[in-house]
Design a protein around this ligand. Structure first.
Ligand code: FAD
Ligand code: NAD
Length: 467
């Protein structure tokens, strides 16, 4: 029987990063993955394929709607959706191959099959032919991730009523895509198909979209997506979704009991994800999940069973790839006797819509709830030379800073390149910068980052230079 210092169950961004860091720190490591390819949700049916389709659909949309404003006339534009999906799959494969290379390079043994506990130090790996092997280990990292959740009264046929997984591999562009849930998946995948020509209707229970973001960002995104043609039915709880032939019917009602019925040809259910622990036989290791199906962990990310750790989507906190990665490094270094640290307040969140939206730290509503005295600095992209040059005028940077000390407490951006710009907010906040610190730093001209500086100036002294 093979023996390891650490066995990682699950090869998503949390699992593969944990495995690599453990190996770098001198441990003998194995990684177990149920599927024949590495990378988990993020690489195979999440971050990477969704961003590939977002980028491709944006190119198409720009060629159709934006190029002519730059004096570029495209004749005979057409869409080869099959090729677009094929490209997405090849991008995924490049990432799968890259991960296999990294495992080999770091001398990590790979096992394909479902990992399950025999006891806390013995793991069975059962492959698709039901053949079983056992491996022994001192420590285990559970990195089994999450899966899409569903509403109890909806039957997912995965052909017409689908999850994000199927939405990333459709064989045709829907005529009318009805999306249940205006969260991150709803707005990202809704954007893909809206740009490719689908009518898109999003039905959302709350009175806003992307509810975890700052309310002003949420409002601005709603305004922009509506302007681009996406339809939103807010404050409506979906009560049913059925299929008849090629037609789906989604029913919803508001709190006054007023009902709506929407007919389309596809329905995407995007109402969140739940931790995935099926098949792990946690009870054999003396573990059980909490009321939300998550694996409980302490501040060291160790479960109540010593030597078994867990990370990523299967534990508490934001379901984000980079959060899982930080936790992978944290666990490996903790096991090696180091004293790593994760500042969960500094984990940024991004929606890859157009324009992108990105946030770090407290939202304005959170500061109000906590009774924190704060000031706000905002700067619109349309006042920037760089934004005028490119034509990407929508959006703004919003800085929230402590009223007394000027320390930056939250950064919220909606606009071109927000996903890449947010790191300035992370660095500033990690080093506890004041808005004035940032306002006095030279930002290259002309760039979108000048909006960050200007918003800081607005927060610190209410004296933007460009407006
Ligand atoms: P996962 O990536 O879910 O990996 C878990 C792995 O464990 C899977 O491969 C699974 O097969 C395997 N596994 C499960 N049980 C077993 C078992 N018993 N034995 C062996 N293997 C097992 N996050 C971002 O930060 N940015 C984005 O842009 C982004 N886009 C997304 C888009 C979509 C459409 C979706 C669905 C998600 C997106 N996410 C994004 C979220 C991100 O994918 C997850 O937060 C991230 O993948 C979680 O990583 P993880 O390592 O915890 O688990
Ligand atoms: P979500 O939690 O972001 O949004 C779900 C939405 O569905 C909420 O707005 C909720 O109010 C709504 N909803 C729930 N029940 C409803 C009902 N009966 N009728 C109408 N609306 C209803 O979940 P998601 O969009 O499915 O995304 C899942 C996870 O994946 C998120 O936690 C996110 O972190 C992750 N993700 C991240 C990215 C990214 O980082 N760019 C992209 C995609 C997914």
């Amino acid at each position: 029987m093979s023996k390891y210092n650490v066995v990682v169950i699950g090869s998503g961004p949390g699992g593969y990063i944990a495995a690599i860091r453990c190996s770098q720190l001198g441990m003998k490591v194995a990684i177990i993955e149920k599927y024949p390819v590495l990378g988990g949700t993020c690489t195979n049916v999440g971050c990477i394929p969704s961003k590939a389709l977002l980028d491709s659909s944006e190119h198409y949309h720009n060629a159709e709607m934006v190029f002519s404003t730059h004096g570029i006339n495209v004749k005979g534009l057409s869409l080869d959706f099959g090729k677009m999906v094929e490209r997405k799959s090849s991008v995924v494969k490049q990432n799968n191959d890259g991960l296999t290379f990294l495992m080999k390079k770091n001398k990590i043994d790979m096992y394909t099959g479902t990992g399950s506990f025999i006891n806390k130090n013995k793991i069975a790996v059962t492959d698709s032919k039901n053949e079983k092997q056992e491996i022994e280990t001192e420590k285990v990292i559970i990195a089994t991730g999450s899966k899409p959740t569903n509403l109890p009264f909806i039957k997912l046929d995965k052909k017409r009523i689908i999850t994000s997984t199927e939405a990333l591999s459709l064989t045709e562009v829907p005529q009318h895509l009805v999306i249940i849930g205006g969260g991150i998946i709803g707005v990202e995948l809704g954007s893909v198909y809206q740009r490719l020509g689908s009518k898109v209707t999003v039905v959302e229970f709350l009175d806003k979209i992307v509810p975890s973001m700052d309310e002003e960002i949420s409002k601005e995104m709603l305004r922009i997506l509506r302007k681009d043609g996406m339809e939103f039915i807010l404050s409506h709880k979906v009560t049913g979704a059925t299929v008849k032939g090629k037609e789906v019917t989604v029913t919803a009602e508001n709190k006054n009991g007023e009902k709506v019925e929407i007919k389309g040809d596809y329905c995407l259910v995007a109402v969140g994800r739940v931790p995935y622990t099926t098949g792990l036989t946690l009870e054999n290791a003396g573990l059980k999940t909490d009321e939300k199906g998550r694996i409980p962990v302490n501040e060291k990310l160790e479960t109540p069973v010593a030597g078994i750790y867990a990370l990523g989507d299967v534990i508490r906190g934001a379901m984000l790839a980079h959060k899982a990665e930080e936790e992978g490094v944290f666990i490996a270094e903790t096991m090696a006797g180091q004293k790593p640290h994760i500042n969960y307040n500094m984990i940024p969140g991004v929606a890859y819509t157009w324009p992108e939206a990105a946030s770090v730290g407290a939202t304005e509503q959170e500061l109000k709830e906590k009774g924190t005295a704060y000031k706000t600095g905002k700067f619109p992209f349309r006042a920037l030379g760089r934004a005028r040059a490119s034509g990407d005028l929508d959006g703004f940077v919003k800085i929230l800073a402590a009223k007394e000390t000027d320390e930056i407490l939250g950064v919220h951006i909606i606009g071109a390149r927000a996903a890449d710009m947010i790191i300035e907010g992370v660095v500033a906040m990690e080093y506890r910068a004041s808005a004035e610190d940032i306002a006095r730093m030279s930002h290259p001209h002309p760039t979108y980052t000048e909006a960050f500086k200007e918003a800081c100036l607005a927060a610190t002294e209410n004296r933007p230079l460009s407006m």
